[in-house]
Design a protein around this ligand. Sequence first.
Ligand SMILES: [Zn+2]
Length: 425
Amino acid sequence: MKKQGLLLLMLLLILTLPQVASAAENQKIIAVTFDDGPSKYTENLLTELAQRQVVVTFFMQGRNAERYPDIVQKAYESGHQIASHTYNHPYLPKLTNEELQSQLNRTISIFNKAIGTDSNYMLRPPYGSYNAQVLAQIGTPAILWSVDTRDWQSRNADSVYQSIVKNSRDGSIILMHDLYPSTITGALRGIDYLQSQGYELVTVRELLRRRGISPSANHTYSSAYNKGQTLPGLTPPQISYDAANNLLTLSADPSATIYYTLDGTPANSQSSVYTAPLTINNTSWELSAFAALDLNGGRSQRVHLLISTMGNCFADVYKDSWYYEDVDRVVAAGLLTTDNNYFYPEETATEQMAAILIQRLTNNQPPEVNANQPLTRQRLVQLLYQAMPNLVASHNELAQNILKLEEDQGSVTRAELAAIIMRLP
Ligand SMILES: [Zn+2]
C-alpha cells in the first residue's frame, strides 16, 4: 500500500505542477534603479519588492556595501541586479586613472566578498558624470537614466510617485536613491502604479537584453525604448533530480550563466560558473546545498536546492517544514521526477487532484468531481470513503486522520494532500 501511495504522490505532482507562464513578447518593460545604498532602509525595501515579485537594480556605493554585506547578499539572492556606483561617490572626471581603478576594483571586491560571483558589474558614474577618458577606463557599460525622480531633493513620497507616473514609458530607466524613507514609500506606490498599467519590472541588464541591446563596455545607456521588438523573458531555470543515479541537472536558458555554491554556505570562493545545462553528481553533497542561477539577462535567481541523501530538490519545500520528509522520501526513492523545482505546498489542492489520486489508487473510473473546485477537507473525506470504504474502515490510522480532517471544514493544501497519501498505511 505504501508503495502505491508513493506512486500516487509522484503522479499527483507530475499532473498538477503549475506551468510557469512566459512573458508576452510585447510586454511593456521598465527598470527601476536605486543609487547610493544600501542603507538602513534597504532591507524593508527588499521585503516590499519581494511581496510584489519585482526585481530592480541597485547601484551601490562600495563603502555602503561594505557596511551592509548581508543586504547585498539578500538583494542578490532575491534576484536584483547588483551594480557599482564607485566606492565613495567621487566626481570621476577629476580622478587620475589610478584613483578611478581603485574606486572600481575596491567596490567589486566588496561585492564579490558578499555574493561570491565575478559578474560583469555595470557602473553608474556618480552624478551621471563622465568624460571620454572615464568611459575608456571603466571597462563596463555605463548606465544612466531617462527618468529622474529627484527624490533626494524633494524628500517627498508623493513627488516621487508623481514623477514616476508622469515620466515613465516603455523602456525607461528610473533613477531613485534608497537612502530616504520618502523614496521607499513613493517608489513602492510608483511600482504599484506601473504594475497596474501592465509593466513588467526588470533589471537593467534584462531591460537591455529584452530590447535586443548587447551592452558594450565603455558605452552609455540611459533607456531601452520599444522600437517594435521585445524579446521574450528568459526561461526560468529548472532543476531535476535523478535519484537512481544521484544526479542533479540544472537546465536554464542557453544564454544563462549558472553560479552555484555547495553545502549551504553563502556564495563565496567556492562558487563556480557553468553554462547550462549542468549535471552534477551530488553524492558528496551535504544537506541544504544551494545553487544560484544568475541568468545572463539579469533575472538573477538564487535557487535553494534541498539536496540531501534523501534528495528533495524543491525550492519551496524547506527542511524544517512538517511535510519535508513526505516529499523527500518520494524523491529519494526515485519515484518523483519533475521538470519544475517548485512544489507550491501552501496552495489549495483541487477536487480534480483528489480524483486523479483516487483513480490511480483504485484503478477504477475517477469519481465525478467539480474539476477546479478547491478541495475541502469534508469533500476529501467523502471521496476517500466512497472510493475505498474497506481501506478506510480497516486502517485506524487513516481513519483517525480523516476524522480529524472532518472536524475542519477548511480547504486542503497540496502539502497536506501529499502527506495524507504518503501516510496511507
Ligand atoms: Zn549617487
